[in-house]
Design a protein around this ligand. Structure first.
Ligand code: SF4
Length: 382
């Protein structure tokens, strides 16, 4: 599977916790979209070698994220998607996802997304409590969030994901339980639930440094994670990645391909691309992106990945998923020395049942995913 990601770096306002690259001013929107269309054209050969080596890589997913893609008029989204499909030779994507903010969702907008072939939408709900949303500087209300899901269902979308955040300031486990119950009662197919991470340069980071961010304790956040695992299972959702839960048949194909080292191309400011041997980083600045693209030669910084980089990335992403790390693949891709390193360092975690070695795989049991970093760090090749 190959992945095509389009990053729309604009929002109406910035949320207090958000560290994704986007700007609240829309003055550069038009030139940025034109530059993204040029970038797509310039990258038309990006997947050629992969397509020749594996028929599996004829299959493709398309994902429009941000930022706030739903700020774009549908015809602009359509132009970007059509261009991506044309340059990469995608007849019909295996999955076509667009991220939406609840306050942008209208029956007309949804109908136009359906018309252009979008078959999966991801709605940034974050919480079903208005005071949480105000504290996060979200633009929508809890009522709008629930209504946006219902409108999407009425428009015929049968693959709807919502995002939630736990560990929010002053969030009790009881409140988190209400958020989960509200989510499952809406009949969505997928849930992405993230533990709040306070990033230094965000408004939440500033508040934390001033001791004005009353976060729940580590124990309370761990209890919220445990509740998430319990209630999602009870509601028929499989927990397939540390933050991802899906009803049968509704795992995210696009994100799963990332976690399984499939190649992808990222278009737009701050987007990344991955080819197996290289990673490319577009500048996280609309001005620098436009400057680079106007020079005509592309603007990505290229990082050649060493064998250790690739091994570490495989361990890091694989051990946060239900399918874990495949020892046969490790051996074939990295050789005996790294397999021996992995197993030797895994041994004490296997003995303590924080890692399971079975069926040619290493996996972290779901209840230990919350502390997966402390296990993974021991398996990394320094
Ligand atoms: S809408 Fe999304 S991308 Fe924009 S600031 Fe909020 S969380 Fe970040």
């Amino acid at each position: 599977m190959i992945g095509v990601y389009l990053h729309i770096p604009f929002c109406k306002s910035k949320c207090g916790y958000c560290d994704f690259y986007s700007v609240a001013s829309q003055t550069l929107m038009q030139p940025t979209i034109r530059a993204m269309l040029r970038e797509l054209e310039g990258r038309k050969n990006y997947f050629d070698t992969f397509k020749k080596t594996s028929p599996e890589l004829q299959r493709a997913t398309l994902y429009v994220g941000g930022g706030t893609p739903s700020l774009l008029p549908p015809e602009v989204l359509n132009e970007l998607a059509k261009k991506a499909m044309q340059v990469f030779g995608i007849a019909v994507p295996e999955e076509f996802t667009v991220e939406l903010n609840p306050d942008d969702v209208t029956p007309d907008y949804l109908a136009q997304l359906r018309g252009m072939g979008v078959d999966r939408i991801s709605i940034g709900v974050q919480s079903f409590f208005d005071d949480d949303l105000r504290r996060m500087n979200r633009r929508h209300s809890a009522g709008q969030a629930a209504r946006s899901v219902q409108l999407a269902q009425q428009a015929g979308f049968g693959n709807i994901s919502i995002d939630l955040i736990y560990g929010l300031p002053e969030m009790s486990t009881e409140r988190w339980k209400s958020n989960l119950e509200a989510s499952f009662s809406l009949g969505v197919q997928h849930l992405s639930a993230y533990a709040l991470t306070v990033e230094h340069r965000t408004p939440f980071g500033v508040l934390q440094r001033k001791n004005r961010l009353p976060l729940p304790s580590d124990g309370e956040v761990a209890a919220q994670y445990a509740l998430l695992c319990e209630l999602s299972a009870r509601s028929g959702f499989a927990h397939y990645e540390i933050s991802s839960f899906a009803r049968s048949g509704f795992t995210s194909k696009h994100n799963s391909a990332y976690w399984q080292q499939q190649p992808y191309v990222g278009i737009g400011p701050s987007a990344h691309s991955y080819s197996g041997l290289q990673r490319q980083h577009n500048p996280a600045s609309n001005a620098l992106y436009l400057k680079g693209m106007s020079a005509g030669s592309g603007c990505a910084e290229v990082e050649t990945l060493s064998e250790a980089d690739r091994y570490n990335e495989y361990i890091f992403t694989g051990l946060r998923t239900a399918w874990g790390v495949e020892l046969g693949y490790l051996r074939q891709a990295f050789g005996e020395e790294l397999v021996a390193h992995c197993l030797a360092n895994a041994a004490r975690h296997v003995a303590a049942q924080r890692l399971v070695q079975a069926g040619g795989r290493l996996t972290i049991p779901e209840h230990h995913w919350f502390i997966s970093d402390s296990i993974i760090v021991d398996l990394i090749w320094a």
